[in-house]
Design a binder for this molecule. Structure first.
Ligand code: UT7
Length: 332
């Protein structure tokens, strides 16, 4: 029987400090009401400790996976760290996580696909398992967005928070696991969501700092329109490709960028809102962490059972977007 990659454990980490809509009301001209109605967000978590960064949150999420699965870090074969806020340009954040958790037999690398990072990492990790080369792959999505936010930009700063979520992939032949994925890139989206400075084109200088090129820039309206179309289209496409109807889907677990984008995707798939996992209200957009965080929350709430068909869907900078079909392997 065909070998697929089952998700056998899920872990999350959220920093303790809360940044609420009321806090933004003190920073610039905005209201709790505007933020809630335009985005669905009430508060986000922020990693305030300046000595800690993305690798810390990823390692915490990974430790929870190891505890849950009752395995030692030395059993991990591969670590895929999905992030656009690495601790440093290099070495890869995956190396820092590997060292921090003591995964001495693992190799690791970073994967940069912004808000679609976890989805791209999940697909990559699943293929390592399907190929039969590796038995335990950690896929971690994490971002410390607060490190690159311009807190004077009222349109973008209100959207993002910090966090990390991790899953363990292991081989199974019982028909569950990551059963399909569709991924897309369209680099013509590069002008609408980016962090311009700090790379080899615009290395850090007084000019790049003064121009705020080390902060995230987003043309919200343009990205919003592309995200609605992209996420809805790819979610419908993965259902159609696999002959799945809305009745077959137990839950949509979407990237949490804006509640209105999530609603549009669910509408297009023809699924009720009670079948959509939504936690954007508490965490905002944590970029690569949103899907594993939403999955972890659904598991904590014991909403998912063996055999459930889950659709993961995301859209982000690049542009990058995609969807995955996961048949769940255990009762939560
Ligand atoms: O995860 C990666 C992908 N990212 C996304 O999918 C996010 C995409 N974008 C969005 O979520 C939305 O576009 C935003 C939430 C960023 C903005 O919502 P919008 O409905 O597109 O608003 P808008 O940009 O068209 O702005 C409407 C008005 C503007 O005022 P005027 O020009 O009409 O006078 C803005 O200046 O709202 C104003 N505005 C605000 N007002 C109060 C923008 N930000 C704020 C704010 N508080 N924080």
């Amino acid at each position: 029987m065909k070998v697929t990659a089952a998700i056998t454990a899920v872990g999350k980490y959220l920093p303790p400090d809360v940044l609420s809509n009321a806090d933004f009301e003190k920073l610039f001209d905005t209201t709790d009401e505007w933020i809630k109605t335009r985005t669905g967000i009430s508060e986000r978590r922020i990693l305030k400790d300046p000595t800690k960064a993305t690798s810390f949150m990823m390692a915490e999420a990974a430790r929870r996976v190891l505890e849950q699965r009752k395995i030692n870090a030395s059993e991990i074969d591969v670590i895929i760290a999905c992030t656009v806020t690495p601790d440093m340009m290099f070495p890869a954040t995956a190396c820092l996580v590997q060292n921090e958790i003591g995964a001495k037999n693992a190799f690791g690398f970073d994967l940069s696909a912004a808000c679609s990072g976890f989805l791209f990492g999940l697909s990559t990790g699943a293929q390592f398992i399907e190929a039969g080369r590796y038995k335990k792959v950690l896929v971690i999505g994490g971002d410390k967005m607060s490190a690159i936010i311009d807190y004077t930009d009222r349109t973008t700063s209100i959207l993002f928070g910090d966090g990390a979520g991790a899953v363990l992939l292991e081989p199974t032949t019982d028909g569950t696991g990551v059963l399909d994925h569709i991924l897309h890139t369209d680099g013509s989206g590069k002008d609408f969501l980016y962090q311009k400075g700090g790379g080899s084109l615009h290395p850090a200088s007084v000019e790049t700092v003064n121009a705020k090129w080390h902060n995230i820039y987003q043309d919200g309206k343009t990205v919003f329109k592309s995200a609605v179309t992209g996420m809805a289209d790819v979610s419908a496409a993965i259902m159609e490709k696999n002959g799945l109807t809305s009745d077959d889907i137990a839950y949509l677990i979407p990237h949490q960028a804006n509640l209105r984008i999530i609603d549009a995707t669910a509408n297009r798939m023809g699924i009720d809102s009670n079948k959509v996992i939504i936690n954007i209200g508490m965490y905002g957009n944590t970029t690569a962490a949103t899907i594993p965080l939403a999955l972890a929350d659904a598991i904590e709430q014991k909403r998912i059972k063996r055999g459930d068909n889950l659709i993961f869907a995301a859209f982000g900078a690049g542009y990058t977007w995609g969807a995955a079909w996961v048949k769940w392997g255990y009762n939560t």
